[in-house]
Ligand binder design. Structure first.
Ligand SMILES: NC(=O)c1ccc[n+]([C@@H]2O[C@H](COP(=O)([O-])OP(=O)(O)OC[C@H]3O[C@@H](n4cnc5c(N)ncnc54)[C@H](OP(=O)(O)O)[C@@H]3O)[C@@H](O)[C@H]2O)c1
Length: 279
């Protein structure tokens, strides 16, 4: 496994938790635990939204007995709960579901019509109380980030979790430079583009096929490394399948980095503003 160049406790591959949405099976649970215990993943992502807290409970069940300091736990508050009257209750409920006393990172899931100053005030209060170590946002485009950073203490935002992959490189135009300027980490979901048909699109591309053949990597694995190629954007994915898990992580033990320039040229980043996509 490789780790974030500025945050060595955060692995460049992160395990999502929506695989528990449809099947909280023994295999899903085993695969999740294997990711942490055997494969070196430290980053875990969940949210109160996922099956109304049930995915958080499944994560806790899968992690039972694993030392808390060995993983970096990210949770999310839904916009309707991101206000002074409700956020504390939401956070405490999530922590209870996850059987832990703190989140490493707690995000606003998406902006909607949240009062950003109120969200920041609450998040800062939870940091002081030790309930969260860092706070951040998700699905925030550049203008949303500007609004956030105009709030008092807004500059304490740690992360923006967004949709980013080889075919949605819009954030490279303006969002990533903005985040970098303010020392805010980007984290990617949809990294493999599998959910949106990337399996066919990317799997049929001659260059991608050739690189996969030469390196012995599968397409999702190559895509995870593309997203994290500069060692500064952790790439989330999910799987219930231990074979997929191992296959996907092979890129971190390969010298596939030398092909990244070719992929960048084949799937160029836009030279103009593209509105941030969301799933
Ligand atoms: N902030 C947000 O708004 C937001 C939005 C979406 C997701 N997320 C987070 O990101 C996580 C990942 O979500 P995602 O949408 O990016 O999912 P994804 O990783 O694209 O996974 C989609 C599907 O790909 C399959 N897959 C994975 N590896 C494979 C392989 N080697 N070969 C064939 N199929 C493979 C998985 O099925 P198998 O089980 O069969 O492997 C899975 O069902 C979520 O769990 C969630 O925590 C956040």
């Amino acid at each position: 496994m490789k780790f974030h160049r500025d945050h060595p406790e955060i692995s460049l591959a992160g395990m999502g938790s929506t695989q528990f949405w449809n099947q909280d099976s023994e295999q899903t649970s085993r695969c999740f635990r294997m990711a942490i215990e055997e494969c070196g993943i430290t980053l875990i992502d969940t949210a109160e939204l996922y099956k109304d807290g049930e995915c958080e409970k499944s994560v806790a069940k899968a992690l039972k007995g694993i030392v808390r300091d060995s993983y970096y736990l990210t949770g999310k508050v839904s916009p309707e709960n991101a206000c002074a009257g409700k956020m504390e209750e939401s956070l405490k409920k999530s922590l209870l579901h996850l059987d832990t006393d703190h989140f490493d990172l707690y995000l606003l899931h998406w902006r909607e019509n949240v009062d950003l100053q109120e969200f920041v005030n609450e998040a800062e209060r939870f940091v002081k109380q030790g309930l969260i170590r860092h706070w951040g946002v998700s699905n925030f485009d550049t203008d949303d980030m500007k609004d956030l950073l105009s709030c008092e203490n807004g500059e304490n935002c740690f992360c923006d979790q967004i949709l980013y992959n080889v075919v949605t490189r819009g954030p490279e135009y303006d969002l990533f430079p903005y985040l970098k300027k303010h020392g805010i980490m980007a984290m990617a979901y949809g990294s493999t583009d599998y959910r949106r048909g990337g399996k066919d699109l990317l799997g049929n591309n001659a260059l991608i096929k050739e690189i996969c053949e030469k390196t012995g990597l599968c397409v999702p694995s190559l895509m995870l490394r593309f997203v994290s190629r500069n060692n500064d954007i952790p790439a989330l994915f999910r799987t219930s399948n231990p074979v997929h898990l191992k296959e996907n992580l092979k890129c971190f033990d390969s010298d596939v980095e030398r092909y990244m320039n070719l992929i960048e040229k084949e799937f160029p980043a836009p030279d103009h503003k593209v509105v941030l996509e969301k799933i």
